[in-house]
Design a protein around this ligand. Sequence first.
Ligand SMILES: [Zn+2]
Length: 336
Amino acid sequence: MQSWQVAVWERLQQQHDRGSLAHAYLAYGEQGIGKFDLLRHFARYLLCKSPVTGSLCGTCVNCALAEGGAHPDVLIVAPEEGSRDIKIDQIRSLAEFVARTSHSGLMKVIVINQAHQLNVAAANSLLKTLEEPASKTVLFLVTERPGSLPATLRSRCQRLQFATPAIGVTADWLTAKGLTASDALTLATAAGSRPLYALALAERDGVNGAQDFLRQLSRLLQSQSLLQHCVAVALKLGEAVAVEYLLRASTIVIRSLSQEEEPGDQVLAEVLHNLRAAAVRKEELLRKLLAFNALAEQAQREVHGSTNPNPQLLLESLLWQWSKLGPVRHSSRARG
Ligand SMILES: [Zn+2]
């Protein structure tokens, strides 16, 4: 368990000790902070034959089975490979799992990851299961978008909020994973302080990928002629990551601007400097940045939604809007 998850863990553990675990939980919080990992660990704890002071023993037969990912009393549900949706067949199997007797004689635990990807038929089918709760069975719906789940499903779940750790906590955690302090801070910032997401970025693009893209964003504010180059760099990163960076970068500079603070990250400080050079009033700049931020949020929804937007067009449009945040440029040929 991670340091930023202690509160959630203790709450679940105490409910279990008191025999007051809910039948279903809506486990929500930002993507990339370790919700699923914690709940999988809690599933193992529930099945451990001899837990020691709030922790699983790691050696009993149930711990061994669960460690290998093969415990018959744990069911993990997520979109299958190549599919965005969780489908009704998967929920039918879940209903069979609920109806079965527990192998261990202890609990049965279901963790539905990416629960916002349940399609309509699957969600309706799951609702029927939730309407008739089975004893000694607990279900976790894990999602970063709780609002995307039907209200009928949400209302049957106890809410379990996962907090995003502070930037310092995330940076320390990344440092412990082997990153230098400076790289850790850069990535923690770029990832909105989401530790697992930051680590995934580090493994995929390296710190240089993040820094390079942010630097391109800074330059794009000075010269719109870099648009196509910037689009190419963004496409290399992948549209989801690039949109994420644009959203985070704009969020951070908005915060810095409104609180009159310099961003902790050097490249973002440069971005803010270039934005200020746009020589408009602060209120005007903030208004433009907020409008851009809303566009980036919309783009993020499209990237993760089911409409499959064209990455090239999406990034061109978003980066064009970004470039327009820079100083107004007059044509060099203009006279008088
Ligand atoms: Zn055990």
